[in-house]
Design a binder for this molecule. Structure first.
Ligand SMILES: [Zn+2]
Length: 421
């Protein structure tokens, strides 16, 4: 009798498990190729595009006038007065030979006393200028930049995905030199047609040093320089996502600590609050958000399911499933869990990732997706008074070369969500 019952339990267990397996399989996105310049995938039949739960946010502050910022163009002082709004500096367009306004602007078009003002990044973009910032002297020097040419995209290719990790207005990213190096790095990726993601931590907190850099309220030149860098990255094709809100809890430091896990912010209301604050900061700065990534991938399945109500892409594997290809949530049939099976670059020359890209070049069962800490790259970039040098032995130079050699093209989460019906 007991034996019979055991067999029955086993049979039921097998049925349940195989049901779960098929459900999981049916929601995987596989056979991913790039053809005719587009990502070719078959979305699972059940996939739907539902409206994401959105927070409403409206806060419009008046521009401030600043009279201590000196703007130079080709070494000539052209202005000492700027307007500041939402962490962007604005200059009157009549100072520049701008014909038509650029189609896509990062900042606003401000009308002040009958004059039209554009943000510094929009002026740079319109006239192909580069800016060098000095936060101590409060000077911004603009000069002609390199033409922004992109190489050709390969047609029949294997997709690869790159995410730049732990981007935040704290530590070294509050120095003008590191921001400049980040721009040079992004220009290099852009010129090589490498699409990339940036995992942004909106608020940098370092409790033991008394630092709490909330971009909604701290309007120093370092934060304006940081937003100018973000605008630059977006113009070079960066797809930005929220990487937590502070990426810490209690006394821990941003980018080191945990924020969403089985210990911290476990209540739906707590998570809702931090998601809301992150999205509010993004809306205030006009930064488009296209994914969420939990700090150290520590969100529990339950927490991931709550996050799925707000984001079309959770850029981490689904807990318990550890999918190696993108997986459409079985809970809402919309949110894509985007894994990073190739891990991250931790050596100084990128050789380990080059080997992984080689091994994975024909793989169908796992996406060639990885993440990278840009600080590894910066020691290979040297700023000079009139330009820079960029050592071709840098990890990203080697990785970009490998991507070309092994037949990859980079794609972004937006290429996937575009396929949602
Ligand atoms: Zn992180």
């Amino acid at each position: 009798m007991i034996k019979k019952m055991g067999a029955a339990v086993l049979a039921i267990l097998l049925i349940v498990l195989s049901g779960a397996f098929f459900q999981f399989q049916s929601n995987l996105i596989q056979d991913i190729r790039i053809k005719d310049g587009r990502l070719q995938i078959h979305m699972p039949e059940k996939a739907v595009c539902v409206q994401e739960k959105k927070f409403t946010f409206s806060e419009n502050r008046n521009p401030l006038i600043l009279q201590n910022i000196s703007i130079f163009v080709n070494d000539k002082l052209i202005a000492q007065t700027v307007y500041q709004k939402s962490l962007r500096y604005y200059l009157p367009v009549n100072l520049f030979p701008i014909g038509d306004l650029p189609e896509r602007l990062r900042g606003e078009v401000l009308q002040i006393d009958g004059q039209t003002y554009l943000s510094i990044n929009d002026i740079e973009q319109a006239l192909n200028l580069e800016s060098r910032w000095d936060y101590t002297l409060k000077t911004i020097s603009m000069s002609s930049g390199n033409p922004r040419l992109q190489c050709q995209r390969r047609d029949n290719a294997q997709p690869a995905m790159i995410r730049l990790e732990d981007f935040t207005a704290g530590g070294a990213l509050l120095t003008a030199d590191i921001c400049m190096k980040y721009k040079i790095f992004a220009d290099y990726l852009y010129q090589n047609n490498v699409k990339f993601h940036v995992a942004w931590i909106p608020r940098f907190v370092h409790p033991s040093e008394g630092i709490d850099n909330d971009l909604m309220f701290n309007d120093g030149i370092e934060n304006v320089g940081f937003v100018n860098l973000m605008d630059h990255l977006i113009n070079r094709g960066a797809v930005i996502g929220l990487h937590g809100y502070t990426h810490q809890y209690g006394e821990s430091v941003s980018a080191e600590g945990n924020e969403i896990s089985k210990e911290f912010n476990t209540m739906p209301e707590e998570m809702e609050t931090l998601v809301k604050k992150g999205l509010q900061t993004a809306a205030f700065l006009n930064i488009p958000i296209d994914f969420f990534e939990s700090p150290h991938y520590k969100a529990t399945k339950k927490e991931q399911n709550i996050l799925s109500k707000y984001f079309k892409v959770i850029y981490e594997p689904y807990q318990g499933t550890w999918n190696l290809n993108p997986l459409v949530s079985h809970k809402n049939n919309t949110t894509i869990f985007m894994p990073t099976p190739l891990g991250y670059v931790h050596d100084r020359d990128g050789s380990q990732m080059v080997r992984r890209l080689k091994l994975n070049q024909n793989a169908k069962m796992q996406l060639s997706s990885f993440y990278f800490h840009p600080f590894l790259e910066f020691e290979f970039i040297h700023l000079k008074p009139d330009g820079y040098s960029y050592n071709e032995n840098s990890p990203m130079h080697r990785i970009v070369k490998a991507l070309k050699q092994y037949g990859y093209e980079t794609v972004t989460v937006k290429d996937f969500t575009d396929h949602l019906p």
